[in-house]
Write a protein that binds this ligand. Structure first.
Ligand SMILES: [Zn+2]
Length: 151
């Protein structure tokens, strides 16, 4: 999925979760979720996040695109480290944002292996990245976000 699709999926997940939890500052919570929704693609050499944050491109060589950094282990580790290591309440925000990215990549034809590298548990859909269908998904997810914000 393209970065803007990941952004709206991050926003959607954040808005859905906000109905159940009450963070200290919901705007910071939303911002952290949306930024975390871009994080997994640091394993892609030409991703938006790598064009904004210099010095991380080597990760694409180390891990490969949609490998370990697109598994459930990273968001779980970040949640534990941030919540318990730093006593911050925003570990869950990072977890949700990261999860929204894994979910939306799971809708694509190439999919992800959620438990990489230990086993094979592929999550795969039928959307081609950058296709008309992805643009439609982006549009309807954006509309859903607006409905949740306004409603
Ligand atoms: Zn990705």
């Amino acid at each position: 999925m393209m970065y803007h699709t990941h952004l709206v999926f991050g926003l959607l997940f954040a808005l859905l979760v906000l109905a159940f939890i009450n963070p200290a500052n919901k705007y910071i919570f939303l911002a952290v979720v949306v930024l975390a929704a871009l994080l997994p693609d640091i394993d892609h050499e030409n991703s938006k996040i790598n064009s904004k944050i210099p010095g991380l491109r080597f990760l694409s060589k180390v891990f490969g695109h949609r490998g370990f950094l697109h598994s459930i282990w990273i968001p779980l580790a970040l949640w534990l480290i941030i919540d318990f290591g730093f006593h911050s309440r925003y570990g869950s925000a990072v977890f949700i944002g990261y999860l929204s990215h894994l979910f939306s990549d799971g809708l694509t034809r190439s999919g992800i292996n959620i438990v990489h590298p230990f086993k094979q548990l592929r999550i795969q859909g039928f959307i081609e990245t950058g296709s008309v269908l992805e643009h439609l998904v982006f549009f309807f997810t954006s509309v859903l976000c607006i409905v949740l914000i306004v409603g």
